[in-house]
Write a new protein. Structure first.
Length: 311
């Protein structure tokens, strides 16, 4: 947040909203002693080659050991290893006292009964603010079928129990099905327009016809045909209503084939409603990045390229 000051404690609390697993990272110290610390900054980086990363604070007592280490191990803790996590989170104690450890590459200490263990060769080190970011190439790993220990909002948590399969599937479908997602977006975009339409006594079918005519002159038959695709209707009575309100007028032809066009008042009304819609769109799209906006619109255009367009 360049140029903006903020409370580090509030920032830490915000970061705590992201639930993570809990790890213990171990290595061999400068004097050959076993070194380890609890960390939840673990992340995968690459599958080919297999690489992971984690970060150590620059004021951490074990930082010099990890800064010089050629090898280290990341242990993903299981739910029953909370006490082990607490032990390795303390400063200035013999964290390995009484523990039976195994040995890995470079004689690094390996803890037992973890959900997973990654034995790594140090590949890269980077400065990252008040932390050092350490990237490791995984040279060996093992894992157990065990539930992981979870950390969230400054405390340990358990994974939420699964709901019944049919309920979970239904909920996932409702959250991810485009048929549900797109109407929610449409509601957010059109609600301000609908309010403006109600104030001007414009119905949805009339708004559809005016929108179509804002793009080009059309006959009543063409508007009705287009409207059927969007579940909208357009009757001679509605056309007459718009004409009597001074919003549309004949362009050419007669009868059902007569082409209509917007009057100056009709065009002004549509420009006003368009402005309201653009404001709603800008407000909604502030939630995502500009590059994501362009990607979203491009993808939606590709999805509907074979469907009739009002414009």
């Amino acid at each position: 947040m360049t140029g903006q000051t903020f409370d580090p404690s509030h920032f830490r609390n915000a970061l705590g909203s992201f639930a993570t697993g809990v790890t213990i990272v171990t290595t061999v110290g400068l004097e050959g002693e076993d070194v380890g610390m609890t960390a939840n900054s673990f992340n995968s980086v690459s599958l080919d080659p297999p690489m992971i990363l984690w970060s150590v604070g620059k004021n951490a007592m074990s930082r010099p050991a990890f800064a010089a280490a050629e090898h280290f191990a990341v242990h993903i803790l299981a739910t029953q290893q909370k006490a082990l996590s607490d032990r390795f989170a303390k400063r200035g104690t013999d964290k390995f006292a009484g523990l039976t450890v195994e040995r890995g590459p470079g004689n690094i200490p390996l803890l037992k009964d973890c959900a997973a263990r990654f034995k790594c060769r140090t590949a890269y080190r980077y400065e990252g603010g008040d932390h050092d970011i350490i990237v490791g190439e995984v040279i060996e790993f093992d894992h157990l079928d065990a539930a992981p220990l979870v950390f969230h909002s400054g405390k340990y948590s358990a994974l939420a129990p699964h709901r019944a399969a049919d309920e979970a599937e239904s909920a996932a479908f409702s959250r991810s099905f485009l048929g549900f997602l797109l109407p929610r977006v449409q509601y957010a975009l059109f609600e301000p327009i609908k309010k403006a339409m109600q104030q001007r006594a414009i119905g949805l079918d009339e708004y559809f016809a005016l929108s179509a005519l804002a793009a080009k002159d059309l006959s009543m038959l063409e508007i009705a045909e287009l409207g059927r695709f969007y579940d909208r209707s357009f009757t001679p009575a509605e056309a007459l209503k718009l004409k009597n309100r001074g919003l549309v007028e004949p362009a050419e032809g007669d009868g059902a084939a007569m082409r209509m066009q917007l009057t100056a008042n009709g065009l002004a009304l549509m420009l006003e409603l368009l402005s309201i819609g653009k404001d709603a769109e800008e407000t909604l799209l502030e939630r995502i990045e500009p590059t994501e906006v362009q990607a979203l619109k491009s993808l939606l255009h590709r999805l509907v390229k074979d469907t009739p367009s009002v414009a």
